[in-house]
Design a protein around this ligand. Sequence first.
Ligand code: MSP
Length: 511
Amino acid sequence: MKDKNFFITTPIYYPSGVPHMGHAYSSIIADVFARFKRNDGYNVYFLTGTDEHGLKIQKAAEKAKLDPLTYCNNISKIFKDLTKKLNLSNNDFIRTTEKRHHESVNDLWNRLVKSGDIYLSKYKGWYSVSDEAYYNEDEIIEKNGKKISTFSGSIVDWVEEESFFFKLSSWQDKLLEFYNENKKFILPLSRRAEVINFVKSGLKDLSVSRTSFSWGIKVPDNNKHVIYVWLDALTNYLSAVNYPNIQDERYKKFWPASLHVIGKDILRFHAIYWPAFLLAAKIEPPKRIFGHGWILSGDEKMSKSKGNILNPLEIIKNYGIDEMRYYLMKEVSHGSDGNISLNSLENCINSDLANNYGNLCQRIFSFIKNNCNNSVSRNSNFSESDKKIIKQTNDLTKDLRDLMDNQNLNNYIKSVIGISFLTNKYINDEEPWKLKKSNIDKMNNILHIALEQIAKISILLNPIIPMASNKVLDSLNIKPENRNNSFLDGEKIIPDSINLSSLNILFKKIN
Ligand code: MSP
């Protein structure tokens, strides 16, 4: 079934320095969506990788006194290792220096030539190496004697050279039509509006090759030119699903991509250039571009060139990977920027993980261990408050798929942590510890409901904190193949009589 397949991507990273929290954020958010879809019964292909061509990388290699490929081999490995440290569930890691990618870029280029969308001329204008982007005159200002882009703040250089152009201007109306027919092609909607305004203001043809350096994929039949790194990089999404072999199973299953997760700084490339290239090449564009916000440090985007980076590896070492994942997902969501600090990280770990979800699990498991010999059986005499918490939980879960389908992770987390909060309150109000002698049946029902709630919360938090939630699900003796979202359709998770295994402390409270 076509719609049970889900192809999700992160941006492919420039191996131009050490990975920082912004990179970690882009990757983790995509991983959360990938894991949620897998838990929801989808066949998921999750792709990440490195973007290794272009002047920016050539310059970084020169600075490191290495040839570009050796340089890329070294840094790409650091990014690949990071996927393990971040506990990403990617199925593939693509490098744009791989053969499979060259073939795919060549094919796409040839299609664009064939459709008449590429012509040879001369580029005269501004270029930012740091953004690998061309800017119009009205996007440039002078600051401290230097020309910079008003869009990104990066330094730009004047470039004049022979170049192939893509006829972007002729795709303006078709792009507007495409956005209109695909109302959720770009999310959040504020970003969609930005893109539409930009396209309406007029598109100029795009320079898609360079002649002043050599580190890139050569234009077929013209070795003087290398293909513009963004046309090269965007094509990675096709290469990974075995394009140009369009009869291949993976391509048939997974193209068009379901979701490209990207940061808002690279929206123009994904939401304008990419669909224009694909429409011109008669390839179906992806279904969704989700442009997330930035991780800020102070008021600025965290980035290597600004020197304000927080090292994800240090945070993982000091606080734990689940803790970092949860914090980033909660703090910066649905497209807005988020300021991160160690102080708010610690508050978040204490309030949501240690005191709320962690405490709920720990108190219920230790009570059952100490008082019920690790086993609980339910009966059918539900009280009004039992029924109430079940109903409240159903109300909180009914929109969760929709929230995830709209990449609204912030409200998703709010609802799930809300269920944990409600369950703690239910236990406080019902006081099962007072019923051991007077009404053991009622006590068992309360505990059983608490365990079912814990199972639900753990499955729902599983995409965000896979390690901790799996520890809880292991202790509930729920088999890995049953850790899925089918309870959202009314299925029960735990059996009427359940035996528990012991559960160690999940999250350390930070003092
Ligand atoms: N190589 C291009 C992407 C090509 S995709 C066909 C690129 N690479 S990057 O390494 O500079 O950035 C990768 C991702 O990290 C982008 O989505 C970018 O938005 C994200 N982040 C980099 N710094 C960031 C923050 N401070 N905050 C959040 N994400 C940011 O762009």
